[in-house]
Design a protein around this ligand. Structure first.
Ligand code: MG
Length: 346
């Protein structure tokens, strides 16, 4: 199997604020895998907080190349993840890019959509949440109105006045809300009081209320919480999920954290076995990686796949949005195609 890569800057429609700083674009690296003249595509989305740079990701791909050149996509679907984990113990986004491309290619060689290829028969559209970022009152009202077609809002808390922010949103919208605290609450008693207050505000779930290290406090909180608690920062890969032991009632799976579709499916299976809720999320990815994750959406309880709507230069055709629902197309593989020339044969 042959691999080509290219770096790309995804440009936001509006400046994007996270963790106290604002950015205008996201670096991403696209991968194209080729076998028998068929192309499979993948993406490593690299927002700064992930700690994986474009240069590091390209070096990782170069380290993988000698192994991949000798193997077919069929062999790689069995051994690729192990080979990549042996080469590097981080680079999860880089691993995800290659794993997505291999899975896209394998399904295309079988003339199937990826979901059919893995035995998922349901292709129904599903509602996704759309994130309303922390901003001024005026901007928040503007964002709520721009998100008009979406039926579920996702709101980031952990601010100086969380209740004030929710009251403000409730003045302008009665849509169900997913809350993401991004580890922002540090007292379990206050967190519990907030969870009960939020449960009266048509909030559906709360993501990562407390810091990753506060394991016993999280177990205490989940046991008493009136709302599902969903792990994000606490769980990257399957081994983190296995180690949770009652900390959360569900997890947010993201391809860039879990090293690709192969491990995401294993994590969903684990969650089903142990009655954990499944949310499928994304980093600020293009339609390439988001469409890959959307192939699994009928296996999930909650969908948070809104990244492509944030950009004005998304270079891939893929999933579409209709009345707040993510819609899959019937193209083979993960259902994506570059709409600009990205890869140059060397
Ligand atoms: Mg989160």
């Amino acid at each position: 199997m042959k691999l080509l890569y290219c770096t790309f800057a995804l440009e936001f429609k509006h400046a994007f604020g996270v963790h106290g700083h604002t950015r205008l674009s996201t670096n991403t690296v696209f991968v194209r895998a080729e076998e028998e003249g068929v192309f499979g595509y993948g993406e490593a989305c690299l927002p700064e907080y992930l700690g994986e740079s474009s240069a590091e990701t390209l070096n990782f791909f170069k380290a993988c190349e000698p192994f991949f050149k000798e193997m077919t996509s069929a062999e790689l679907s069995k051994n690729g993840a192990h080979v990549m984990d042996t080469i590097s113990d981080h680079n999860n986004a880089g691993k995800a890019a290659i794993d997505i491309a291999i899975n896209d290619l394998r399904a295309k060689l079988a003339n199937k959509t990826f979901r059919e290829f893995v035995g998922i028969t349901n292709s129904s559209p599903m509602q996704t949440s759309i994130t309303i970022g922390i901003d001024s009152e005026e901007k928040i009202i503007q964002k709520i109105s721009e998100a008009e077609t979406f039926k579920i809002l996702k709101v980031k808390l952990g601010t100086a006045d969380d209740k004030g922010l929710i009251r403000l949103i409730r003045k302008h919208s009665d849509k169900p809300i997913y809350i993401d605290v991004n580890q922002g609450w540090t007292s379990k008693e206050q967190a519990l009081e907030m969870l009960f207050w939020l449960s009266d505000q048509q909030v559906v779930l709360v993501e990562q209320p407390m810091p990753r290290g506060m394991k016993n406090e999280m177990r205490w909180l989940t046991k008493r919480s009136p709302l599902p608690t969903i792990a994000d920062e606490s769980v990257k890969r399957l081994k983190d999920l296995v180690a949770l032991d009652g900390e959360f009632s569900g997890i947010n799976i993201k391809l860039m954290k879990c090293a690709g579709l192969t491990e995401a499916m294993a994590m969903i299976e684990y969650c089903r076995k142990y009655q954990l809720k499944v949310m499928l999320g994304c980093m600020a990815e293009s339609s390439c990686a988001t469409s890959a994750m959307a192939q699994l959406m009928s296996l999930a309880d909650f969908i948070d796949l809104d990244a492509p709507v944030l950009y004005n230069n998304d270079p891939f055709y893929g999933i579409t949005y209709n009345e707040g629902c993510v819609q899959l197309n019937s193209s083979h593989g993960i259902g994506v195609e570059p709409i600009v020339q990205l890869f140059h044969n060397s």
